[in-house]
Design a binder for this molecule. Sequence first.
Ligand SMILES: Nc1ncnc2c1ncn2[C@@H]1O[C@H](COP(=O)(O)OP(=O)(O)OP(=O)(O)O)[C@@H](O)[C@H]1O
Ligand SMILES: [Mg+2]
Length: 315
Amino acid sequence: MSHTLEITDLKVHFPGRHGAPVRAVDGVSLHVAAGETLGLVGESGCGKTTVANATVGLQAPTAGSVRVQGTELAGASRSVLRDVRARAQMVFQNPVTSLNPRMTIGAAVGEPLLVRGRAAGRALRDQVAALLEEVGLRAEHAGRYPHQFSGGQRQRIVIARALALRPALLVCDEPVSALDVSVRAQILNLLVDLQARHAMSTLFVSHDLAVVRHVCDRVAVMYLGRIAEIAPRDAIFAAPRHPYTRALLAAVPEPDPAVQRAKPRLPLAGEIPSPANPPAGCRFHTRCPIVVDQCRHEVPPLRRVGDSDVACHLA
Ligand SMILES: Nc1ncnc2c1ncn2[C@@H]1O[C@H](COP(=O)(O)OP(=O)(O)OP(=O)(O)O)[C@@H](O)[C@H]1O
Ligand SMILES: [Mg+2]
């Protein structure tokens, strides 16, 4: 049986301003199994959103393969893409720009069902009411407009709309980053509940490892357009294998001050290089605390170490 999402050697290059293309995604392979949540983490600009967009057909791959439930998106016709977009739905970071301010929230949530001819009239109203209740809103609110809701409630509305077509894959790009800290946990718990209830697969993009730890079964760490490490959640937090993963984890504050004081300090040296001119060999070598000569010349392939797949010569 095919995985819900299977990405193989995906490349997305954008035209660069100075001739050299921006290699935003440069050879990424990953999968999300049925019912599984995969976290995709890494610093700003490493290519997370570009992977997410390619996964729902919003960004055409330069090379490689993106399959949703076995259907290839690379080079697919418009009608195939339209069909896949019903099965792979995206929740964006900003619930304000994700909703049309002139559309009632009932119309917004029901729109995918109406447009695809899945429901109309009474049946549509009933389904919209059920969707609103499923995300913790009240069915009576269907006639209200987005500005009448808080940021957290608006993200619930966006999630209800994404659920309307009962997608097999939910792609969440920083779904709580724009929200007040006080409501983030509620939205994350809602997503965890919905995943369990519908056995949905989820690709969960975040720069925040604490958030990923809360919701993901496995975690993929990206650096400059490539995967540095993929591992089950507990393995990545207990035994990170890639020096970049270790540096990211060292930057996550621990709730217990004693644990925090005992943590090794591994500051990342220097800036992230430009994806228009990435370093040869291992892309992380310019900032790596354990770099050896081989790293400057040879691209490390992903290989299995313990429970992790890790792209490091020294792991
Ligand atoms: N349409 C585009 N045209 C040119 N370059 C782009 C385009 N979209 C993204 N990029 C570049 O590709 C790289 C990856 O961007 P992307 O938005 O995927 O990163 P990200 O990991 O989502 O970052 P963030 O955490 O800030 O959201 C960046 O260098 C970005 O400037
Ligand atoms: Mg992004």
